[in-house]
Design a protein around this ligand. Sequence first.
Ligand code: AHM
Ligand code: MG
Length: 347
Amino acid sequence: MRSKVVTIDRHIIDQERLHPGASGRFSALLYDIALAAKLISREVNMAGLIDVLGRTGEINVHGEAVEKLDVFAQEAIYKAMDHAGHLCCMVSEECDHIISIPDQFELGPYVLLFDPLDGSSNINVNVSIGTIFSVHQRITPRGRPGTIKDCLQKGSRQLAAGYIVYGSSTMLVYTTGIDQGVHGFTLDPSIGEFLLSHRDIRIPDPPAKIYSVNEAYYARWSKNQQRLVDHFRGLNGEGGGGYKSRYIGSLVSDFHRTLLQGGIFMYPPDSRAPGGKLRILYEAAPLAMVCKAAGGRASDGSRDILDIEPEGLHDRTPLFLGSASLVDLAEDYLAGRVERPEEEADS
Ligand code: AHM
Ligand code: MG
């Protein structure tokens, strides 16, 4: 038995004590997210045993087929959050519009933005998937339903952000501020509790030499993006190479590995998706906040992801995140600031 076992509930209370005057509402919101995570985790773990696999036949707002577990995860989060009086509205990858709080329930001061089950094309093959969440303070006056203004805030204004990865074990990782650290909790299914397993995570830098990108899209990338990956592969004759490539195709899992081991994850723009694929509000911005709070960086290639002002709920962005030194390097390549060796430039 370990000498000190800290549950997520206990950790949240301890954190709240550091902020005299905190109302407790924000802590309650985090508990409810952890509760929804447990429900989703149970269902994900059962997916191979009960008849939840397969598609519902519906198409979501992005034109993608909806998996049944996506629907379950969406409902689990909605039902855990709609009635407790924390929120004025929600935004989800699975809904094209703002999700209102039903009239009979109290409205609260926060907005929750989430991707209920990211990487869901991996469900049927038992590969790790995840939930991503972001919390903002509302900016319109209280007492009325939240509006689009409350939702379209830049990432630097997030109060909290995190993710749950449903892997060989289920982990919840979150931060409540760039200077508040990133903490990871592993679900012990036998007692149904998230236990603190990774206190104050720091992304390694100097990092492990790992890059993560879907290389099948190489031909669709800009020349500078190709040169960056050529550098990792040691093809440029400029001292690169020595890297490993790791790509699961499930953002939460690829990011989780990057957070713990260091390296860089990239989803660059390409000729088919010039604005990138990943969504700002509930994919890029929350992971950017976690990454930054762990000492890393997140960029769209030239700008800090946390500085982007979204114009629509489902806006997308290119994404480069991970160890700060590698994100710096990526920006240098993308801006053409890395000199080419003579023989390559002449050819
Ligand atoms: P989703 O939100 O439809 O699940 O798509 C997002 C996923 C991410 O998990 C992952 O990083 C990316 O799509 C993989 O895309 P690709 O198959 O183009 O490499
Ligand atoms: Mg997603």
